[in-house]
Each structure stands twice: as structure tokens, then as C-alpha cells.
Ligand binder design. Structure first.
Ligand code: NAD
Length: 528
């Protein structure tokens, strides 16, 4: 592993006080004194600023303002709403360096991984700005009686959407579900993670500069266990991204209130490298899949199953490439992996590796903290000889640690890939892409990438992206990513005669005619 020392990285600086003050002014505060929560930079441990610990009164005010603003917002035309998001898209690309610095200060990830957030945010914003009207337009449906019943299906906004997001992708997770919710005519209230609130506030500030009216998109910062349930108690739909443990609480509350919710949760994502795979490409894909954002990506690869005939060569190259990764703190594009984001996460990663080693796993590279690089750095780590008794085998690590297992047959690889409570992302590597595509439906995961680790499915924003099993419910992206923020209404206009027995007709005669008609329709298919 090539390391950059703390001294080399000392030009990190810190965010300008004026910028942080402007961002703090985006938060809804109900007045009265507020405690504050310090935000520390993972790269250095230094405090970069403080956010207010929001209260339930702040949330109530944000939701009240959102409700007041929602009607006028929903009455704007799609084109009017889209103009604001396209302006946001342009401003985001122009001012990316400002938010790239903020993302790095708050998460400690490498700049190349922070840039993934810019790309994703811009692409999803453009997609919904251009597509929302088509996806939500009223649709003609077959009426109860041909020619006599004119039926249309309408979509209307649910009202106020609550959004709760984690710290690992603080820009794109704060924006890319909010955009379809808002394009559908809803208002929204966001609760970002305490560690990364400034990045989320930057996005909301930019949306307001792009023309989003006051009140339509509120933000309250503070602790999840207090604000999360209070938000879920008051909104009309909950959009949650985070751990499976918290997602369950959100779902339980939504079920109790009979409101909709959408959950994007954890994963223990497998990669299968078939015997005919292009080894260099598969190793490159593994490096991206395992170590992007120091493995703190929901779709990260944490298990690799490689065909026994190529396992040794694959492992040799994977270890060589992992050792050569440039790891360190820098606000330019020179580093290939950054830091972990929080002490709790670092301890969790350490615990997984030490538990595995104690029980007989072999560390081929990595397996150590790197305090010489910064307080939260951990080396990219490759493990073998991992067994079911080890925590790292089945639990989500959410760090730069991958376990590699050989397999003898494709059936075995598929069975082992599926032997998990999660079902978020999977990856298959083969020179025979058609075969990979045939194998993909056998993997029980919401996204399966052939010859990519996660970016092909995630980046296909016209298709749904969501988890199966304990990885989530419903999906983001595509039609599903906006339809979930709407309610459906069927409007049926009846003409000339009623749907049931016509006035004055004998009910028995009507029943006989209808029976004959149904038998006829069963044969001729004309009106299906
Ligand atoms: P977490 O569940 O602890 O926290 C996520 C958010 O929930 C934070 O904003 C937190 O403040 C809030 N929260 C905490 N307690 C709450 C409560 N009782 N009610 C409502 N909200 C509450 O998750 P984390 O550990 O910070 O984030 C990492 C997890 O997120 C990983 O499991 C990762 O896989 C998952 N994740 C999933 C996706 C996806 O798209 N599937 C994307 C990113 C992260």
C-alpha cells in the first residue's frame, strides 16, 4: 500500500466560516436555545463546525411550513418544477469543488469517490426533471363497459415526504430521492446524519438558489433516535436509507400509521468470478467494488467467489493491486482510497477482522489501522479461509475488507452467493456476457451486474434500484422511484346506461345475457 503521510496531507485546511454560517441558516429552528453537536473531520480529527441538535418543535415547524407550501408547489406545471432542478444540475457541476471539499471533510473519502456523488446527483436530477411528466401523466384505462365507461388513472402527490439519510453518500442520498418526491408535487423534510449535515445543507442551499420556494424542502439536523420517530409520526410517506436495524423501526411505525415507506438498507454483496473471466478486468472491478469510499457503500462487494482453476492467479493479482493502492488524505484526485468516517465504524471493522483472525482466517494484505495517515484510516484488507463461525462471514462489515472463497461449480457459487439474509447487489465476471446475463436471475439480489461491480446497475437510472430480503422494500430510480411518492386515483365517467341491470330490465334476463357475453369474450379476445 502506498501511503501519504499526515505531513504531506497537511494542506487540508477547513471549510470557510462564512460558508458554514450560510449553510446553517438553511435549518428550520423553532426558536429557543439549542444544544450543538460538533462535526469532526475524519482526516484529522479536528472540529470543522457544529450543527444544532434539532428538537421535535423544529420538526413540527418544518412540517407545518412544508404543508403550507405544498399546495402551491403541486399546482406549478411540471415544466416549471423541472426548470428549477435543471438549474440546480448546472450549478452543481459549476460549483462542484466547493461540495467535493465538504464531502471529503465530512466523510474522509477520496475525492474520486466524492465525485461519484456529483455524477449520480446530476444524472438522477436530469432524469426526473425530463421524465417526471411522462411517468406521472394520466393514463387511459379500459372502462367497465366498452365505449360507455371512460376511465382514467391519475397520480397525485402524497403530501409531505420525510427523508432520513446516512453519512456515507451525503450529497446524492440527500438529493436523489428528494428530486422525484418534489417533481411529483410533494414537499419534503430531510433529516441528514449528524456527521454529514453540512453537505446535505449545501445541497438544499443550492436548490434554493436554483429557485426552490421556501418551505418546500425543509431540513432539521440532530440525533436520529429523537428526530427519526418524530418525523415518521407526522409525514405522509417515509423514505429511509440506512441500516436494516433502523429500517425495521421505520417500517413498523409506517405500518402502524398505514402510510407508505421505502427502505434502502444494508448488504453483504457477492461477486462471482467464473473460470473464463478476464482476470485483469475482474481484479480492477474487485478493487472498485471493495474499496470505493473505503468499502462504506451499501453496494460494496464484501464476498468474492472465484473458480478454483483461477483462484490462485486471481488472488495474486488482487493482493498485488490492493497493496499498490494509494491511501491517504488529500483534497485532490491523487488518492485511491481515503479514511473511514467514524470511530464506531472503525471499531466495527477492526472487530470483524480480529474475530476472523482469532478463528483462523488468513490476512493476505491489510488488517491494520493506520494512525500515521489519520485517526480513522484502515488498510484495504483481503482475507481467505473465512468460515461461518466468523462475524465477517455473514454480517455487513461496511469497510475496506473482502473475503475470498474458491468454488468448484457454478451451482455452488450461486448457492453460496444466495446464502445471506441480504439481497442488494451482486456481480458476475465472465467473458461470455450472454451466459452471465442468463445466470443473473438465479441470484436473489435487486441489482446484478455482469462485468461490473455495482456502477452499471446503479447508474442505469431508468431501471429500479432496490434491495430484496433484508436489504429493503420498494426501489429508487426509474418509474418506481417516483410513482411511490404518489397516490393513485381512478376516475370513471359512465354514459348512456348504468353498469348494472338497466332500469326496467328483468334481473334474470340481464344475468343470462351477461353470462352469454362473458362466454363469448372468453373465446374471441376482442376486448382484452
Ligand atoms: P443508521 O440506520 O444507524 O442511520 C441512518 C440514519 O437513520 C441516520 O440519519 C440516523 O440519524 C437515523 N436514525 C437513527 N436512529 C433512528 C431511528 N430510531 N429512527 C429513524 N431514524 C434513525 O445507519 P448507518 O449505520 O449510519 O448507515 C450505514 C448503513 O446504511 C449500512 O447498513 C448501509 O448498507 C446502509 N445504506 C444503504 C443504502 C442503500 O441504498 N441501500 C445506501 C447507503 C447506506
Amino acid at each position: 500500500m502506498q501511503a501519504t503521510s499526515k505531513a504531506q496531507a497537511s494542506g487540508l485546511g477547513s471549510p470557510a466560516a462564512a460558508l458554514l454560517d450560510r449553510l446553517l441558516s438553511q435549518i428550520t429552528l423553532a426558536g429557543g436555545p439549542h444544544e450543538t453537536i460538533a462535526v469532526r473531520a475524519p482526516y484529522t480529527g479536528a472540529t470543522i463546525g457544529a450543527i444544532p441538535a434539532g428538537t421535535v418543535a423544529d420538526l413540527e415547524l418544518a412540517i407545518q411550513r412544508a404543508r403550507a407550501a405544498q399546495t402551491a408547489w403541486s399546482q406549478r406545471t411540471f415544466a416549471g418544477r423541472a426548470r428549477i432542478f435543471l438549474r440546480f444540475h448546472d450549478l452543481l457541476l459549476e460549483r462542484q469543488d466547493e461540495v467535493l471539499d465538504l464531502i471529503q471533510w465530512e466523510t474522509g473519502k477520496a475525492r474520486r469517490h466524492a465525485f461519484e456523488e456529483i455524477l449520480d446527483t446530476a444524472i438522477v436530477t436530469r432524469y426526473y426533471a425530463r421524465r417526471a411528466q411522462r411517468l406521472l401523466r394520466p393514463r387511459r384505462r379500459k372502462g367497465a363497459l366498452p365505449l360507455l365507461t371512460r376511465t382514467r388513472e391519475l397520480k397525485s402527490p402524497v403530501g409531505v415526504v420525510g427523508l432520513i439519510v446516512p453519512w456515507n453518500y451525503p450529497l446524492n442520498l440527500a438529493v436523489t430521492d428528494a428530486v422525484p418526491a418534489l417533481m411529483a408535487g410533494n414537499a419534503a423534510v430531510l433529516k441528514p446524519d449528524v456527521q454529514t449535515s453540512f453537505t446535505a445543507l449545501w445541497a438544499v442551499d443550492l436548490l434554493r438558489q436554483a429557485g426552490l420556494p421556501p418551505g418546500v424542502f425543509g431540513v432539521v439536523t440532530g440525533e436520529g433516535p429523537l428526530l427519526g420517530p418524530a418525523l415518521g409520526e407526522r409525514v405522509d410517506f417515509m423514505m429511509f436509507t440506512g441500516s436494516t436495524r433502523t429500517g425495521r423501526l421505520v417500517a413498523r411505525q409506517a405500518a402502524e400509521r398505514l402510510i407508505g415507506c421505502s427502505l434502502e438498507l444494508g448488504g453483504k454483496n457477492p461477486m462471482i468470478v467464473l473460470a473464463d473471466a478476464d482476470l485483469d478486468a475482474a481484479v480492477y472491478g474487485a478493487i472498485q467494488g471493495c474499496f470505493a469510499s473505503a468499502g462504506q457503500v451499501c453496494v460494496s462487494i464484501e464476498r468474492i467467489y472465484v473458480h478454483e482453476s483461477i483462484a490462485e492467479r486471481f488472488l495474486g493479482r488482487l493482493v498485488e493491486r490492493t497493496c499498490a493502492l494509494k491511501v491517504g488524505a488529500s483534497l485532490d484526485y491523487s488518492m485511491e482510497m481515503g479514511s473511514l468516517t467514524g470511530e464506531r465504524q472503525l471499531q466495527h471493522v477492526e472487530e470483524h477482522v480480529s474475530d476472523a483472525v482469532e478463528k483462523g482466517a488468513v490476512v493476505l494484505t491489510g488488517g491494520r489501522r493506520r494512525p500515521d495517515l489519520g485517526p480513522l484510516f484502515y488498510e484495504p484488507t483481503v482475507l481467505t479461509e473465512v468460515t461461518e463461525q466468523m462475524q465477517v462471514y455473514a454480517e455487513e462489515t461496511f469497510g475496506p475488507v473482502v473475503s475470498v472463497y474458491p468454488f468448484a461449480s457454478e451451482a455452488e457459487a450461486v448457492e453460496r452467493a444466495n446464502a445471506t439474509r441480504y439481497g442488494l447487489n451482486a456481480s458476475i465476471w465472465t467473458r461470455d456476457a450472454a451466459h452471465g446475463a442468463t445466470l443473473a436471475p438465479e441470484i436473489r439480489a435487486g441489482n446484478v451486474n455482469v462485468n461490473e461491480s455495482y456502477a452499471a446497475a446503479w447508474g442505469s437510472v431508468d431501471a429500479p434500484c432496490g434491495g430484496r430480503k433484508e436489504s429493503g422494500m420498494r426501489a429508487r430510480h426509474g418509474a418506481e422511484g417516483i410513482l411511490k411518492f404518489t397516490e393513485t386515483q381512478t376516475v370513471a365517467v359512465q354514459r348512456l346506461m348504468p353498469v348494472g341491470t338497466p332500469s326496467g330490465m328483468d334481473a334474470g334476463l340481464y344475468a343470462r345475457w351477461m353470462t352469454r357475453l362473458l362466454k363469448l369474450l372468453r373465446r374471441i379476445r376482442v376486448l382484452d
